[in-house]
Write a protein that binds this ligand. Structure first.
Ligand code: FAD
Ligand code: NAD
Length: 467
């Protein structure tokens, strides 16, 4: 039986990054992946393909809605959905091939098959052809990720009632789509189809969309998405989803209990994801899961069994690729005797709609709940010259700072390129900058980032310059 210092189960952003860092630190490393391609949810059916379709659909939407105002006229503009899906597939293939390269470069042995614990130090790998390989591991990192969740009364038939995975493969633009869940997936994939011409209705249980982010962000984003024609049914409780051969009917009760019936070509169920530990043999090593099926770990990301760690979507915390990556590096360095640290508060969250939403630190609601004395400064993109030039005037930047010390406690951006802009806020907060620090730094003109400087100025004695 071949023996490794570390075996990683699962090759998503948590697993493959952990494997690379282990190899960099001199450990003999193997990675096991049950799918044919490496990269996990993120590269195959998550971050990368969704962003490819978001970019394609945004190009179409701009061509249709904004080009004429820019003085560009087009005849015969149309969507070639099979080509759009094909390009997305090529982006995924190039990206997953990149992981093959990284594994080879770092001399990480890749096993294709389903991994499960025989005991603490032995792992079985079942291959598609029914054969089995057994390997020995000094230490193991569980990085088996997550799968889409559903509601007890919904059958995901993958034809009319679909998850994000099927929504990334549609071969024609639907006329109507009902999206259950106004969270990240619902709004990103809802945007893709709304831009392509689908009538999208988002049914959300809570009274706001992206309910875990700062409330002001959900409000701004909803205003923009409504302009695009997306309908929102907030505070609605879905009670039935009935799939026919060519359509689907969704029934929900509104706040007052009145029934609403929606008919569509597809119903996208995006009500969250759950940790994936199926047939992992956890019972053979005595590792338990919490009430939500997640593997329990301590502050060093160690499970209850010495030598077995867990990272990413399969444990508690935000289900984000970059959170999984940080945890992969953390575990490898901890195994090597180093003292790594992750500041979970400063893991940014991004929604890749247009305008984008990006956030780091505390929300205003959290500060109120904690009883922290804070001040707030905002700056709208409609007052930004750069945003006017590109016709991206929706949204705002909000900076929250400690009332006494001026330390930045949270930054929330709904606007163009928010996903890239949030990095400045992360760096600032990592160095415990004050709002005044950002307010006094030169920001290139004209850029969207000037809006962050202006919001920081607004947070410090209301001295924004351009409003
Ligand atoms: P995963 O990426 O889920 O990888 C786990 C891997 O383990 C899988 O490949 C699985 O096949 C394999 N595996 C499971 N069990 C076994 C076993 N027993 N043996 C062998 N292999 C096994 N996050 C962001 O940060 N930004 C985004 O823009 C973003 N967009 C997303 C869009 C969509 C549509 C979805 C669904 C998710 C998105 N996410 C995004 C979330 C992100 O994909 C996850 O947080 C991330 O992939 C988690 O990484 P992971 O390594 O923990 O697990
Ligand atoms: P989510 O948790 O972001 O959103 C789920 C939404 O469904 C919430 O708004 C919730 O209130 C709502 N909901 C729950 N039960 C409902 C019900 N019965 N009826 C109506 N609405 C209901 O989950 P998601 O959008 O499915 O995404 C799953 C995970 O994937 C998230 O944790 C997210 O972090 C990750 N993801 C991240 C990105 C990104 O970083 N850009 C993109 C896609 C997915």
């Amino acid at each position: 039986m071949e023996k490794f210092d570390v075996v990683v189960i699962g090759s998503g952003p948590g697993g493959y990054v952990a494997a690379i860092r282990c190899a960099q630190l001199g450990m003999k490393t193997a990675i096991i992946e049950r799918y044919k391609t490496l990269g996990g949810t993120c590269l195959n059916v998550g971050c990368i393909p969704s962003k490819a379709l978001l970019d394609s659909s945004e190009h179409y939407h701009q061509a249709k809605e904004q080009f004429s105002e820019h003085g560009i006229s087009l005849d015969n503009l149309k969507v070639d959905m099979p080509q759009m899906i094909k390009r997305k597939g090529e982006v995924v293939a190039q990206t997953t091939a990149g992981i093959d390269f990284l594994m080879a470069k770092n001399k990480i042995e890749v096993f294709t098959g389903h991994g499960s614990f025989i005991n603490k130090n032995e792992i079985s790998i079942k291959h598609d052809d029914g054969k089995e390989t057994k390997i020995a591991a000094e230490k193991t990192i569980i990085a088996t990720g997550s799968k889409p969740s559903s509601l007890p009364f919904i059958t995901i038939d993958k034809k009319r009632v679909i998850t994000s995975t099927e929504a990334l493969e549609l071969q024609s633009v639907p006329k109507k789509m009902v999206v259950i869940g106004g969270g990240v997936i619902g709004l990103e994939l809802g945007s893709v189809y709304a831009r392509l011409g689908t009538e999208v209705s988002v049914v959300e249980y809570m009274d706001s969309i992206i309910p875990t982010m700062d409330k002001s962000m959900g409000k701004e984003l909803m205003r923009s998405m409504k302009k695009m024609g997306v309908k929102f049914l907030l505070s609605h409780k879905v009670k039935a989803v009935e799939a026919g051969a060519r359509s689907v009917t969704v029934k929900a009760d509104d706040k007052k209990g009145a029934e609403v019936v929606l008919k569509a070509d597809y119903c996208l169920v995006s009500v969250g994801r759950h940790a994936y530990t199926e047939n992992l043999g956890l019972e053979n090593v005595g590792i338990g899961t919490d009430e939500r099926g997640r593997i329990e770990v301590n502050e060093h990301l160690q499970t209850s069994v010495p030598g077995i760690y867990a990272i990413g979507d399969v444990i508690k915390g935000a289900m984000l690729a970059h959170k999984a990556e940080e945890e992969g590096v953390f575990v490898a360095e901890h195994m090597a005797g180093q003292k790594p640290h992750i500041n979970y508060l400063l893991i940014p969250g991004v929604v890749y709609t247009w305008p984008e939403v990006a956030s780091v630190g505390y929300t205003e609601e959290q500060l109120i709940e904690k009883g922290t004395a804070y001040k707030s400064g905002s700056f709208p993109f409609k007052a930004s010259g750069r945003a006017r030039a590109s016709m991206d005037t929706d949204g705002l930047v909000k900076v929250l700072a400690d009332k006494e010390t001026d330390e930045i406690l949270g930054v929330h951006i709904c606007g163009p390129r928010a996903a890239d802009m949030i990095a400045e806020a992360v760096v600032a907060m990592e160095f415990r900058a004050s709002a005044e620090d950002i307010a006094r730094m030169s920001h290139a003109h004209p850029t969207f980032t000037e809006a962050l400087k202006e919001a920081a100025l607004a947070a410090t004695d209301n001295r924004a310059l351009h409003i």
